[in-house]
Design a protein around this ligand. Structure first.
Ligand SMILES: Nc1ncnc2c1ncn2[C@@H]1O[C@H](COP(=O)(O)OP(=O)(O)OP(=O)(O)O)[C@@H](O)[C@H]1O
Length: 865
């Protein structure tokens, strides 16, 4: 293990550094003046600029009793009351054992002779020696940084007089990437900080203790109910006794296919509500249901069923019969996923043809497919609009259904204008052709039907409804009487609610101070993957692409061969040319018994890399983790995800819902954990609670200490030492390579900018002003002072107004899907924001619902929802 350098403050006893000068001859006045000058010179050498070096008192250094070293660990006799100072801070050279600034050799055992405490945490690694006695003089040379808890650590040792060389600034070759003045490893009890002098006597690097000076949690949390009954799944398929596909109007052929080939015996609650409505009626519809409740089949099954029904006698619908349905989705990934589901359904009606136009491949090949003929088209709005404007063969005069999936996301990504254009182009003319080419077209809707789908209902969904829906019905899953009674008892308002999470999802939050974030994340994942089988797949959401890159590299860094966690035979990961940089062995969480594969995904990766990485994660049968931005938060149906960690908080409450919705799908179990920092962020617990059927009762509270104890194990306070050791090792890894250091700095800066873009009504919770940047830097394994972190190509961390725009936020997170120029998208988004009244999601939901009710009471036959 390499060391971190060390700050030495040698006890030189009372011997002067320079030989005593005799002052003889002349008058007594002249002799006194010569003496004074000489003393002054000596003082200057030992302390050139005392004002620039604040002196934290020893009490300050050890003011945290928890970390005060036990008395029996002190070695050596008590320090003599006065010592000669040897200058503010020396420069240390890296050394495999200890860093030293001495020119002569230290005799073995001489360290600590002046009353320090020695702690060893490795055979060949550095030793941290802390002063525990003596006056504040002994803490000379330490920069006490009010924001960064800088605390000095010193090695004291008696040296023979004259054996020390005080380096001048000129003499010292300052290594660029070496943590020069920090020690090897610190025990958990160490409050010590090693700092390296930068210009003007200020430290260039700061190593603070993980456990000191952390803000305290301001809330007292209720203990979770013991023996609380596990909640019944709210998005599971119903039992065949409760409902069957055929009873909803699905043909026997299609129902049999669902049951035998796709293992779907019965519909989910939202399918039960939506399928009969869309099969028997031609009204527009707004389908709102929880994540993972089967909305895709809720609209695809009626479309396929009705297209199948136009085949008449022996005349079957075929690809030239016309384009009947268009499904729009915000991301390419989602489009591909919908296309896969469609393809599976169409295996029982192979004459119906579906395809995608989503960009990412040449327009020519998309045109060629359109020319061949297609009945169901799945598209991203930008690419479809492009084809509508430029591809003549794309004939939309026969379109009967327009589906807008993930409506709120379509709006968030600024697709409003494209959608308006598409809606206009398709038109609303009556399509009363009863028979054509021997097909029974009467089975199709006689007007264009628009279906809008969303798990959440926000103002922008209402806006999308205004653009696209006419006289729509609101379709929601019918809550069972039991559920309704429970919600009533818990005071949970479900009617008109903006969002809710699956009832069976086990959600926890962890209050973790900024400094401890990284090590706590590591501890959580270590524990989750400690044994094979407990967690198979986990997703970690991070706010921006740069930060994803950093964490992916950190957690897949090669460990030293001696590490207990290095497996004898490392897992052979099958990587392709596309996934060589996005898939790696997660060394940070792998153990000999359970090797974990790490994936990364964000919008700055090329589309084919994203697709290949997602596919690898989906198909992997080994334990794996995906570190990603919100690019993976919407609509993606990734099988068997057991655990979702929101390491960075979501940018809005419904982003949270979509993220956690990647687990606990279709009635399966799932766990989710969100990181919050002590202070204002704790207010977010109420926001979380409002999305759950049981309110706060569903939420479990964790502290960083608990999570670290569980993750790092050991007896007594051993977990503290292990956590500290882990953190220091991560910091060394970052510092040792220019590439990773820049990655960490980029991650840090982008994280701050992303943090400042939370939605307006949550900005008091995620408050930039309250963010402790020095502590946050530690969560990026950095020892830099925050102000000095400047990355080429990135603006400094100061936020501008423009940074706060929602579109800029999306762009920074690297998840804008379409290729519209950024400026244009920002403009659109701003316009949309300006157009929308600032009301919250629940209010939007109520308004939308009222609008639906107005219509439904006017046409009472649509008594659904
Ligand atoms: N009737 C059913 N029986 C069993 N499984 C089903 C049924 N319907 C859907 N599923 C499964 O449920 C999962 C979630 O479906 P889907 O992706 O359509 O959910 P969603 O409501 O669109 O979620 P999100 O809001 O996250 O996009 C899929 O794996 C799907 O195969």
């Amino acid at each position: 293990m390499a060391d971190d350098g060390m700050l030495l403050n040698f006890d030189l006893g009372d011997s002067p550094l320079l030989p005593k000068q005799a002052f003889e001859g002349g008058t007594w006045k002249a002799r006194l003046a010569a003496k004074k000058t000489s003393r002054h010179r000596l003082n200057k050498i030992s302390n050139p600029n005392p004002k620039s070096i604040p002196h934290p008192s020893t009490r300050e250094i050890f003011n945290d009793k928890r970390h005060e070293p036990p008395v029996e660990e002190y070695i050596g006799p008590a320090r003599p009351p006065k010592r000669q100072r040897v200058g503010p801070v020396g420069y240390a050279e890296r050394n495999s054992n200890t860093a030293a600034i001495v020119s002569g050799k230290l005799p073995p055992g001489s360290i600590g002779a002046g009353g320090g405490k020695v702690k060893k945490f490795g055979d060949d690694d550095g030793i941290a020696v802390e002063n525990v006695a003596g006056s504040s003089q002994q803490t000379d040379g330490v920069k006490e940084n009010s924001r960064d808890d800088t605390r000095g650590a010193f090695v004291s040792g008696k040296l023979p007089a004259g054996s020390i060389k005080i380096p001048s600034r000129k003499d010292v070759k300052q290594p660029h990437f070496t943590p020069a003045l920090s020690s090897g490893d610190f025990g958990s009890g160490s409050n010590a900080i090693r700092s390296q002098n930068g210009a003007g006597g200020k430290p260039a690097q700061i190593v603070s203790s993980l456990f000191s000076f952390n803000p305290k949690s301001k809330t007292t949390f209720e203990a979770p109910e013991v023996n609380a009954e596990p909640a019944k799944p709210s998005n599971a398929p119903l039992t065949p006794e409760m409902a069957s596909f055929t009873a909803l109007g699905v043909s026997i052929r299609l129902a049999a296919h669902l049951s035998t080939k796709l293992e779907m015996q019965a519909p989910t609650a939202i399918q039960k509500a939506a399928i009969p409505q869309l099969i028997s009626d031609d009204s527009d519809a707004f389908i709102q249901a929880e994540t993972g409740s089967g909305k895709t089949l809720a609209y695809l099954l009626p479309i396929v069923e009705r297209i199948m029904a136009i085949s008449f006698n022996d005349v079957k619908v075929h690809r030239d019969s016309g384009l009947f349905a268009i499904v729009l989705a915000p991301t390419r990934e989602l489009c591909k996923q919908i296309a896969t589901v469609l393809e599976k359904i169409l295996r029982c009606a192979t004459w119906i043809v579906g395809t995608t136009v989503i960009g990412g491949e040449s327009k020519q090949s998309e045109k060629a497919r359109l020319r061949k003929g297609v009945n169901i088209l799945i598209a991203t709005p930008g690419r479809l609009k492009d084809h509508l404007d430029n591809t003549e063969v794309l004939n939309v005069s026969t379109v009967r259904w327009l589906v807008l999936d993930e409506g709120d996301r379509l709006m968030e990504l600024g697709f409003e204008d494209e959608i308006k254009g598409i809606v206009e182009k398709i038109g609303r003319r009556t399509l009363a052709v009863v028979k054509r080419d021997g097909l029974n077209l009467a089975a199709l809707p006689q007007r264009r039907v628009t279906v809008l789908c969303s798990a959440t209902m926000k103002m922008n969904v209402q806006r999308l409804g205004e653009i696209s829906l006419k006289d729509a019905v609101h379709i929601q899953a019918d809550p069972s009487e039991e559920d309704a009674a429970r919600d009533k008892a818990n005071g949970v308002e479900t009617d008109g609610k903006a969002f809710s999470a699956p009832a069976q999802l086990k959600q926890a939050y962890a209050v973790v101070p900024a400094k401890m974030r990284l090590v706590t994340l590591s501890a959580i994942l270590k524990r989750a993957f400690a044994r094979r089988g407990s967690v198979m797949k986990a997703i970690v959401f991070i706010s921006c692409a740069d930060s994803v890159d950093f964490h992916f590299s950190l957690f897949s860094r090669p460990l030293e061969a001696s590490s207990a966690d290095v497996p004898a035979e490392p897992l052979q990961i099958s990587k392709t040319e596309l996934t060589k940089d996005t898939i790696a062995l997660g060394t940070g969480f792998s153990s000999k018994d359970n090797q974990v594969i790490l994936h990364k995904l964000h919008g700055s990766l090329a589309q084919n890399i994203r697709t290949a990485t997602l596919k690898a994660f989906t198909e992997s049968s080994d334990p794996c983790i995906m570190i990603c931005t919100d690019v993976a938060s919407r609509g993606l149906d990734l099988p068997n995800v057991d655990y979702v960690i929101e390491y960075d908080p979501p940018f809005s409450a419904d982003d949270h819902l979509h993220r956690v919705g990647r687990t606990a799908r279709a009635g399966r179990d799932g766990r989710a954990l969100i990181f919050l920092m002590p202070g204002e962020e704790e207010e977010y617990v109420s926001v979380l609670a409002s999305g759950y059927h049981d309110g706060k009762k569903s939420l479990t509270h964790n502290t960083a200490e608990e999570l670290l104890r569980k993750g790092f194990g050991g007896t007594g306070h051993e977990w503290e030492e292990r956590a500290t050791e882990w953190q220091l090792e991560a910091e060394r890894w970052t510092l040792e390579s220019p590439k990773y250091l820049e990655m960490a700095r980029r991650g840090f800066q982008s994280h701050i900018r992303a943090y400042a873009t939370h939605v307006a009504n949550e900005r008091h919770i995620f408050n930039m002003q309250a963010m402790h940047l020095g502590h946050l830097a530690k969560a990026f394994a950095l020892r830099d002072k925050p102000g000095s972190i400047k990355v080429p190509g990135l603006r400094p961390t100061k936020m501008t107004k423009a940074d706060r725009s929602v579109a800029a936020r999306k762009a920074k997170r690297g998840e804008v899907e379409d290729k519209a120029p950024e400026g244009e998208r920002v403009r659109k988004q701003r316009k949309m924001e300006m157009d929308l009244p600032t009301i919250d999601g629940n209010e939007a939901a109520k308004r939308m619902k009222m609008k639906m009710k107005e219509h439904m009471s006017a046409s009472s036959e649509f008594n659904i929802g």
